[in-house]
Design a protein around this ligand. Sequence first.
Ligand SMILES: *Cc1c(COP(=O)(O)O)cnc(C)c1O
Length: 421
Amino acid sequence: MDHFLYRDGLLHAEDVPLIEIAAEVGTPFYCYSTATLTRHYRLFEEALNGLDHLVCYSVKSLSNQAILRTLAGLGAGMDVVSGGEYRRALAAGVPGEKIVFSGVGKTHEEMAFALTHGIRQFNVESDSELHALSEVAAAMGKRAPVTLRVNPDVDAKTHEKIATGRKEDKFGVPIARARALYAEAARLPGLEVVGVDVHIGSQLTDLAPFEAAFGKIAELTRALRADGHAIRRLDLGGGLGIPYTSSNETPPLPLDYGAMIRRVLGDLDVEIEIEPGRLIAGNAGILVAQVIYLKQGEGRDFLILDAAMNDLIRPAMYGAHHDIVPVVEPCAGIERYPVDIVGPVCESGDTFAKQRLMPPLAAGDLVAFRSAGAYGAVMSSEYNTRPLIPEVLVHQDQYAVIRPRPSFDEIINRDRLPSWL
Ligand SMILES: *Cc1c(COP(=O)(O)O)cnc(C)c1O
């Protein structure tokens, strides 16, 4: 459920008509709903209610500071995967003690920076990283809190590019080697082992792979405790999927996910951390674009928008589906026609939808891509020297631009000409 609904024939974000925002900030733009973000965050809080837990929002899914501050205000911790995201979380007012640092390639500088400013834990992904982190921390006279990210060799049954828990994926340490690596970690001077971490992928639409992975983690936790490690925290990663179409998709609900966690891990007496991104941010954001042209091709019609693959890359990158709806509500029962919905970028991949049934639209009309909050703005680029599009946050009847559109001068003046030119 989200808060982008038609009222009096116009699509609104909470209490604000989108045409009002479009008139002020221009198109295309991303628009987020505070009420939807809040609702989704609270679903996880409810799901884990009664368990010792922390919901660490996955910053990479949508990382604007206004979003981070909104969630931090509700009590969220943060999961970051780079020094840049760590700094963003700090800048948004999140204390280091509520920030978890994940990712396969943390540099020494990133480790030292996080150790200086505070960290809840590092999720370590390899033997080499374990040694590097110990060295960095020991040199600072500190002990870094760590979990090892374990690769349980479970197929998340999701898109190839976002499955991370199979043995051929680059993530984590093989579960068969985990006990040896924990023994290693316990010997290193700069580390304090606090728990176990797992993250098997994104956009999972079934609880079974999670349950299989968590079962292996429970077993490993018992073995590690028997080996003498004080495992007090389990980080279960993110990955819960969302519905991208209004029709037949029914991904698992956070409540069922929570019940499964209780069933599989409830008797371990551990603190549970989860790292949801998409489920919190995905349906809390839309992208609003304008129709530039209608173009009649050979046997097919094109709707050319002012948004392109550089603004929302998911369709080009993952073949992802986004519902695309007119901002002015079409009359009930109006006839729909198949069109290819495309952007202006010089790539055939700049296609948002093929043969999508749409009501008649004209140049100047506005459309909204639904479910564009997660992995939308954060993956955008300036390909074709198209400025990054603005982000707007709505809160009831108020809205604010939380990232303005850069001017062409700002973009072009970033280049530097070398002395010989
Ligand atoms: C991407 C990622 C997440 C968030 O995944 P979602 O599918 O957005 O919930 C959580 N943890 C780690 C380590 C990640 O890389």
